[in-house]
Write a protein that binds this ligand. Structure first.
Ligand SMILES: *Cc1c(COP(=O)(O)O)cnc(C)c1O
Length: 373
């Protein structure tokens, strides 16, 4: 038998991440609501900064991301030295897993937590441990109950994708307070800019004071720069030091750094994105509830919608119905939510179109009802 190169244990258990579909077949103008991208798109100032960089493409980026970290420090009133930038926050989540977990270790995430956590965990050879949720929301006691001496990391998206739910500041504190000091708590606050609830805490204070807390953020969502891949982590100096040792020297590219810096300085644009999202999300949630669909309360720029377990009325049928109208939502099988679709909040007209389509879907006779006499 020939001996082939063999990857480390765990790697072949990974099902590669599949992003949201971009097009509905046969539709020139697809409404893409499958990847939680910004409805508004990037700030015109970020676009200008990106274009201006074109003449400088022969230069390496600032590997220390100094200007952007300084601007982030000013905006959030935190120390720039405690910030590390990455090629999307995905890269930082992967780096954290590789730095702190390996074979024989355990990494906790919640039942419907962001898919990158188990993938990053398996890639290190560690074992993902799944904490049950309550009402599609992280359950602090369930997480703490799973902690052992082998636990290395707890990944928590707050708020979480794809559920859209969050735990308030008090619960976040209680989670951290219940963890042994050797466990890294990663608070993934990718949707923080959309959240307006007053008891919400993105984790800035904990990450600024605790030796075992990392907050991750991204320019992919409210800032509308998903294509450029820019995320950042904020943590204790010892964790920041570890990330600097293992990251690529130029892991945040120059175009991303320039556009993100300009986007950061256009907080009016972010505020517009937030307020548009609130309006459209409330309108769509009310409309879907009115036609009998169960909508998980969301503080993000998407809704998790549960469909009846009935032929012709289920999530797969709804997805086909929407696709036939040029609307692309996200199927949720990989998240153990096969009876749900996740629908990103788009512009007003797009939201209206989804609402109208799902009203029609719910009003149409289901397959097993046949045609009424
Ligand atoms: C979208 C998303 C991210 C961000 O990923 P980037 O790599 O920064 O684009 C991180 N966490 C969650 C929960 C997300 O939904």
């Amino acid at each position: 038998m020939p001996v082939h190169p063999t990857p480390r244990p765990g790697i072949m258990e990974i099902s590669p991440y599949v992003g949201g579909r971009s097009t509905a077949e046969g539709h020139a103008n697809t409404i893409k609501l499958s990847s939680n991208e910004s409805a508004l798109g990037p700030s015109p100032k970020a676009q200008a900064a990106y274009r201006a960089l074109a003449a400088e493409l022969h230069r390496y980026p600032d590997g220390g991301a100094t200007a952007l970290r300084t601007a982030l420090g000013t905006l959030h009133d935190i120390e720039p030295e405690r910030i590390v930038c990455g090629n999307g926050s995905d890269e930082l989540l992967q780096l954290l897993a590789h730095a702190y977990a390996g074979p024989g270790d355990e990494v906790i995430h919640t039942r419907h937590g962001f898919l990158v956590y188990p993938l990053a965990t398996l890639a290190t050879g560690a074992t993902p441990v799944v904490a049950p949720e309550r009402d599609c929301t992280a359950d602090v006691d369930a997480i703490l109950g799973l902690v052992t001496e082998r636990t290395r990391i707890v990944f928590l998206a707050n708020p979480n994708n794809p559920t859209g739910t969050y735990i308030p500041q008090g619960e976040l504190r209680r989670l951290w307070g219940g963890l042994p000091e050797h466990v890294v708590l990663v608070i993934d606050s990718a949707y923080a800019e959309f959240v307006t609830e007053t008891d919400y805490d993105p984790g800035l204070e904990l990450a600024g004071m605790a030796p075992n807390v990392v907050m991750t953020r991204t320019f992919s969502k409210a800032y509308g720069l998903a294509a450029l891949r820019l995320g950042w982590a904020y943590a204790a100096p010892a964790i920041v030091d570890v990330l600097h040792r293992i990251r690529g020297p130029f892991n945040a590219n120059a175009a991303a750094l320039a556009a993100a810096h300009a986007a950061l300085e256009d907080q009016e644009h972010v505020a517009r994105a937030r307020s548009l999202n609130e309006t459209c999300r409330a309108a769509l949630a009310a409309r879907l509830a009115a036609c009998g669909l169960a909508v998980v309360p969301s503080v993000c720029n998407f809704l998790l919608v549960r469909f009846p377990a009935k032929a012709g009325r289920d999530a797969a049928a709804a997805d086909r119905f929407l696709s036939a109208r040029g609307i692309v939502a996200r199927r949720m099988e990989p998240y153990h939510l096969g009876d749900c679709l996740r629908i990103t909040i788009g512009l007003e007209a797009e939201t209206d179109e989804v609402g109208r389509a799902l009203e029609a879907f719910m009003a149409a006779p289901a397959a097993d009802e046949g045609s009424a006499p």
